[in-house]
Design a protein around this ligand. Sequence first.
Ligand code: PLP
Length: 444
Amino acid sequence: MAVAANSLENHWMPFTPNRHFKQEPRIIVEGKGVYFTNHRGEKLIDSVSGLYCTPCGHGRPEIAEAVYRQLQTLDYTPPFQYGSNLSFELARRVAALTPGDLNYVFFANSGSEAVDTAMKIALMYHRVRGQGQRTRFVSRERGYHGVNMGGLSLAGMVRNRESFGLTLGNVSHIRHTAIPENRFVRGEADKGAELADDLQRQVDLHGADTIAACIVEPVAGSTGILVPPKGYLKRLREICDRHGILLIFDEVICGFGRLGKAFAGQVYDVVPDIMTMAKAITNGAQPMGAVAASERIYKGVVDAAGDKAIEFFHGYTFSAHPAACAAALATIDIYEKEKLFDRAASLSSYFLDAVWSLRDIPIVTDIRGTGLIAGVDLAPREKPGVRGYQIIQDAFNSGLLLRVGTDTICLAPAFVSEKAHIDEMMDKLRKVLVAEAKRGLKPV
Ligand code: PLP
């Protein structure tokens, strides 16, 4: 039953200009396949899989039915000291998809929780080995690792950090990889692997034995799809290995096939020690995040504790919620049955060709992309973000749902998209961008 909103006032919306939104709302009332329907009854094509969450398309009955059945059978289990049958099976299925020996899965409810969990696992691992002085994290400018205090501190996004005035100490940021020489390069650029040597500089500055972990998104998502240069991630791995530093991949966006394989680590042939995931794990149908750790890390932590003693003082009331586990199992079934990761790989070049075709529009200043994900930078207008917000509104009014961060459009279609859907997204986007370019407002 659709519930009509009598007032928009009381919902304080996340990452949204609340006052403007409430004057001109953009409300979604239905999702089916690669389309949403808005509150005016208009169809919008979804160019970003919700928020990188729905590779299988919206409204999959298999997932809805699995959640419904689960809630009727077992709606909730306490996750501490007890377990439901589903979480063990889900951990097994996830472990079968992860690279290397990342076979131990800890459940959370979001990407942010997964990141903070990963940080605590890294700290705990070093502590039980007598290396509790390793408390520094090295992350990256333009990185995004969610909004909880740990992830916020790792993030290299100015507005997210400066708004609060407080972040954790002991975090160093190495440079991001979007260098001007690589503008409009498709996939991995030839130049830039040496940027990984910034990690070595942090080692030289702080001492290797103070650093717990280096955390990066294999492809940085939220700040505009920054694809790593060739060899960059391997170089990070080598430096970590040389100095006993753990490598954490934040695969919240890349994970579950976005780059054509289950995880980006498999695409770039680099196995991290710890990996976070969320979003597409349930095709967006239930909140869930997870952390996969290597055998060395799991056994290191678990074997260090005394008999019948809790090993890791961490967990959430909703860790491995039965309904989320049911959704994730049904989602992985769909990925496997429909071979959706292969489909993402085979649709990639058509998608990237289509995105690169926007290059001639005068306000487009860079395009980056790989797999089924791409970023399109726009020249800013009066100040950063004004043009981006305008584009979101124009697109919504033209039947296109877009993700725009500041002035960068992020595109990530569902893996079930047909070529005709990609064409429709790009046609609509081109019209919106050309109209905006014609407005002729001068950049500053
Ligand atoms: N890590 C990365 C790489 C992300 O892209 C995101 C969200 O976009 C997060 C963490 C946070 O996830 P959530 O919003 O589910 O907390």
